[in-house]
Design a protein around this ligand. Structure first.
Ligand code: ZN
Ligand code: ZN
Length: 347
C-alpha cells in the first residue's frame, strides 16, 4: 500500500510503498477513505510525542470501510462503514470496565503508538470496543473530523463541562477542536465568546454561532476582555489550543464557581503549565481535563449530527491527496489555517 512515512523527526515525510497491514486476532484493517490532518500529527512529526518510534506513519482521525477482520472479532465484517476514536481502548482494564475507555490504562493511538491512517489501509486493535458505525448520510470526510476534534470537543463541552442553556462559554483557541466546541456550545443554548489570534478563525467562530469574539492579536489581556463581555466571567471556559498562555487566560476569564476544561493537549515540550491556583480556591473554580471520547458515547452525538443540529461537515474546508500530505503536515506548525483539511488516500 501507499503511505506517508517519516524516518527522522522534523525531516520531510515521503509517500512510498510499504507492506499491507494484517488484522490481529481482535483487530481489523480499515481501508482509509478520509483522514484528518491535525496539529497533534505535526507535534508527532517534529518529535514531541515520546510514544512514536521510527520509521512512522502518522494519522489518527479516520473514517473508512472495514477490509479484513481478525478471527476473534464478533461485531464487524468487511464492508462496514466505520470511524474510530483517537484513543483505542483495551476493553478490559479497570477504566474500561467503568466505561471510561477514553482514559484506558492500555490505550493505543493510531498514528502515535503504532502506524496511523495517512495510508491506504490502517490496522486497528480491539475492534469490538473501538469501532463506531457511521450513519449512511455521514460522508467519510466529515466522519474523519469526528474521531479527534469533534468528539473531543463534544465530551469537553457536554460531559466534562456540563454546559447549560443561557451560560457564557469562552473558547480559547479556534482551530478544529475550538471551532467544534463553539458549535456544540452554541447548539446547547450557551452564549459563546471565541478567542483567537486569527481573524479568519474568529470569522468562522461567529459563523458557527459565537455571540462575541476577542482578537488575541490585538487585545493584551484576553481574560479581562472575556470577563467584561460576559458581565463578570464565563461559566465554562475551554483551553482548546493547549498552551500555558491560553490555559491561564481560560482560568482567569471564569466567574465565581466557573469550570475550566483543558482540552488542548499540552505536550511535554512546552514544560509544565502554571495554573493560578489562588484564583481556583478563592473563586471555587473547577479545573477539569477532557481526553477524547469513548466509542460507546458516540450515538447521542451522531444523532445530533444526523438531525442537523450539529454540522461537523462545515468544519472541513479542504481535501487533498496523499501525495501532498507531507507538505501539508509540515505546514501545520507555522500555518495551520482555519478549518480542517482531510486527506483522501484514494485520490
Ligand atoms: Zn487530532
Ligand atoms: Zn482499557
Amino acid at each position: 500500500m501507499r503511505a506517508v512515512v517519516f524516518e527522522r523527526f522534523g525531516e520531510p515525510a515521503e509517500v512510498r510503498e510499504v507492506a499491507d497491514p494484517e488484522p490481529s486476532e481482535h483487530g481489523v484493517v480499515v481501508r482509509v477513505e478520509a483522514t484528518g490532518l491535525c496539529r497533534s500529527d505535526w507535534h508527532g512529526w517534529v518529535g514531541h510525542d515520546p510514544d512514536i518510534t521510527l520509521p512512522h506513519v502518522p494519522g489518527h482521525e479516520l473514517a473508512g470501510v472495514v477490509e479484513a477482520v481478525g478471527t476473534r472479532v464478533s461485531g464487524w465484517r468487511p464492508g462496514d462503514r466505520v470511524t474510530v476514536p483517537f484513543v483505542c481502548a483495551c476493553g478490559s482494564c479497570a477504566a474500561c470496565a467503568a466505561g471510561d475507555q477514553q482514559v484506558c490504562e492500555r490505550q493505543a493511538q493510531p498514528g502515535f503508538t503504532h502506524w496511523g491512517s495517512f495510508a491506504q489501509y490502517v490496522a486497528l486493535e480491539h475492534a469490538d470496543v473501538n469501532l463506531v458505525a457511521m450513519p449512511d448520510e455521514l460522508s467519510f470526510g466529515t466522519a474523519a473530523a469526528l474521531g479527534c476534534r469533534f468528539a473531543t470537543a463534544f465530551r469537553a463541552v457536554v460531559a466534562q463541562g456540563r454546559v447549560a442553556a443561557g451560560e457564557w462559554v469562552a473558547v480559547h483557541g479556534c482551530g478544529g477542536v475550538g471551532l467544534s466546541a463553539v458549535m456544540i456550545a452554541a447548539a446547547s443554548g450557551a452564549r459563546v465568546v471565541a478567542v483567537d489570534v486569527s481573524p479568519q478563525a474568529l470569522d468562522l467562530a461567529r459563523k458557527f454561532g459565537a455571540a462575541a469574539s476577542v482578537d488575541a492579536s490585538r487585545v493584551e489581556d484576553t481574560a479581562a476582555a472575556v470577563r467584561e463581555l460576559t458581565g463578570g466571567g464565563a461559566h465554562l471556559s475551554l483551553d482548546a489550543l493547549g498552551s500555558p498562555v491560553t490555559c491561564v487566560a481560560s482560568v482567569n476569564g471564569l466567574r465565581r464557581r466557573g469550570r475550566h476544561v483543558q482540552v488542548g493537549l499540552l505536550p511535554s515540550s512546552t514544560g509544565s503549565t502554571p495554573v493560578p491556583m489562588a484564583r481556583v480556591i478563592g473563586l471555587e473554580l473547577e479545573v477539569l481535563g477532557s481526553h477524547g471520547m469513548a466509542a460507546h458515547a458516540y450515538p447521542p452525538m451522531l444523532e445530533l449530527v444526523r438531525a442537523g443540529v450539529l454540522r461537523p461537515d462545515l468544519l472541513v474546508t479542504s481535501a487533498i491527496p496523499l501525495d501532498t500530505a507531507p507538505i501539508a503536515l509540515a505546514a501545520m506548525g507555522t500555518a495551520p489555517g482555519a478549518g480542517v483539511t482531510v486527506i483522501e488516500p484514494w485520490r
